[in-house]
Write a protein that binds this ligand. Structure first.
Ligand SMILES: [Zn+2]
Length: 329
């Protein structure tokens, strides 16, 4: 049903009808959500989920209709009689919009499509798009952090940038674990391969940057950064270090060879994304989007990107019911 052929045929104009046409009288998009485990599978038989709402409760959670609930049903325990929403633990737990809107925004984020006709076709208000772009970005951030790649090496060129990220509402994972309102995002990309790293840091002082770069980038690498003084120690750590003043020009006036497409695209975007406040949250948004898209979306069509992103979301926001299932979900 939702196979590779399905995804590779998706585009901005057939998207909504394709996602919903498989539904059978239920809330549009539910089949898709269950198929990809964005929501727990609503079981056809009773007693498929064990209760985990009360310590050592021996009951089962069974679906019971509830017209006011998000998906028109809740699970109720056969013993302790408590209710639980099928959205608990999933990405829909705190969402105010419907499934279709959610898919549309994820699709839009994956396609990175600013085509006006596409936006009109998608028909969502701007705040919804901004909110759920942020959701996608936070999922992307955790995926990037989990990569665990060590990049660079002799004759390899790595660009590094850092910027502040203000936390928003969807924090799960890394951003939730960190207590402060704002965090620093430090990211690096290897020009030759597109391999990258992203780390969250409490600040952008020299010892912090030194520690991250030593852990993520092999010595001997040629590193390009902006002129932030926190990078001033890199030469002493065994790196070849060039700086670029990207608020003025993309070229290092002393070495024309560092003019490259990758650098230009990354730093041009950083500059455009935030012309006035060079270290605003927009910059880290751009940094995360850029690194993620370059690493994971390269060579994939919009449908394939969407498929991949849905799988990452389902992985990060897993229903607690699946951990207590009487069957193989
Ligand atoms: Zn119970």
């Amino acid at each position: 049903m939702f196979d590779n052929l399905f995804f590779s045929s998706l585009n901005a104009f057939n998207f909504v009808s394709s996602i919903t046409e498989c539904d059978d009288g239920r809330i549009a998009g539910t089949d898709f959500a269950e198929h990809f485990e964005l929501l727990p599978l609503k079981p056809l038989k009773r007693n498929q989920y064990f209760c985990f709402l009360t310590n050592e409760c021996l009951g089962y959670l069974n679906p019971t209709p509830r017209s006011t609930a998000k998906l028109n049903y809740l699970y109720r325990c056969s013993v302790c009689k408590q209710y639980i929403s099928p959205t608990r633990g999933t990405c829909f737990e705190k969402m105010r919009i419907d499934l279709l809107d959610f898919y549309k925004v994820v699709f839009l984020w994956c396609g990175h499509d600013k085509n006006k006709r596409v936006l009109e076709n998608i028909n969502l208000n701007k705040n919804t798009i901004v909110d759920y772009f942020q959701f996608c970005r936070e999922v992307a951030l955790d995926v990037l952090i989990d990569l665990g790649e060590i990049i660079g090496g002799e004759d390899r060129h790595v660009e590094i940038d850092e910027s502040v990220l203000f936390k928003r509402k969807y924090r799960k994972g890394r951003l939730l674990a960190n207590q402060s309102k704002q965090v620093w995002v430090v990211g690096g990309i290897e020009r030759e391969t597109g391999h990258c790293f992203v780390e969250i840091a409490p600040n952008r002082k020299m010892p912090t940057l030194d520690e991250i770069i030593q852990r993520k980038v092999q010595t001997g690498t040629t590193i390009f950064t902006d002129e932030w003084r926190g990078y001033n120690n890199l030469k002493n750590l065994g790196y070849i270090h060039y700086t670029v003043n990207h608020s003025k020009n993309f070229l290092n006036p002393h070495n024309k060879t560092i003019h490259t497409q990758t650098i230009e695209r990354l730093w041009k975007g950083l500059k455009e994304s935030s012309p006035k406040q060079t270290n605003g949250s927009k910059r880290s948004e751009y940094l995360i989007d850029y690194l993620f898209r370059r690493r994971f979306f390269h060579g994939k069509n919009p449908g394939e990107r969407f498929n991949l992103m849905i799988e990452y979301i389902a992985n990060q926001y897993r229903s607690e019911l699946f951990n207590n299932a009487n069957f193989e979900p």
